[in-house]
Write a protein that binds this ligand. Structure first.
Ligand code: ADP
Length: 192
């Protein structure tokens, strides 16, 4: 299996590049943000709990997202690999993911980390907020909080995978096609 983590701060382009990646490499896309928003839309208890954190720009509790990812992995036994998007976001989530994959006799193959400046992130998220219908994209304070959470809790996840030499950095500013070309280059090098 080829299991990829697409990593980076909110607004760095993970969702956009994921769309391209699943088409080219046939990976199963698992986005915790999308899964949570689908729970909210369906009005489930999990969705209701998650919404209160997401609206403030805070992380949903680890056990909630880990449970969700674990079910999604179990529900897809025959895939070529997974593309994890927005997960893991804490070192506890990374430890849980590593254990989960180990049980399936597989592991993370590569983490690609998108690098984008903070001013560009805020600009992109506010622009997305005009059309996405996502309330967490319309309030600049919530956006700044999400970026703070990224620095305080999420960036350590890259250190975790760096220890295993699994991280490659990607310049995340430029055209969508240019960035996709850099991403593809790293994946193809790893697949060889
Ligand atoms: P973005 O990357 O733009 O912040 P996401 O769709 O990935 O958007 O996440 C939206 C929100 O969902 C986050 O701010 C957070 O509240 C919640 N969330 C998503 N993934 C996780 C996760 N792995 N752990 C905890 N909370 C998460």
């Amino acid at each position: 299996m080829f299991n990829l983590i697409l990593f980076g701060p909110p607004g760095s382009g993970k969702g956009t590049q994921s769309e391209n990646l699943i088409k080219k490499y046939g990976l199963k896309h698992l986005s915790t943000g999308d899964l949570l928003r689908s729970e909210i839309k369906q009005g489930t208890p999990l969705g209701m709990e998650a919404k209160s954190f997401m609206d403030k720009g805070q992380l949903v509790p680890n056990e909630v997202v880990i449970g969700m990812i674990s079910s999604a992995v179990d529900a897809n036994p025959k895939v070529a690999g997974f593309l994890f998007d927005g997960f893991p976001r804490t070192t506890a989530q990374a430890d849980a993911l590593d254990k989960l994959l180990e049980l399936k006799k597989t592991s993370i193959s590569l983490m690609l980390a998108l690098e984008v400046s903070e001013e560009e992130l805020v600009k992109r998220l506010l622009k997305r907020g005009q059309t996405s219908g996502r309330s967490d994209d319309t309030n600049e304070n919530v956006i700044r909080e999400r970026i703070n959470v990224y620095h305080n809790e999420t960036s350590a996840v890259a250190e975790h995978y760096r220890k295993f030499n699994k991280v490659e950095m990607i310049e995340g500013e430029g055209s969508i096609d240019e960035i996709f070309a850099s991403i593809s280059k790293e994946i193809d090098a790893k697949l060889k």
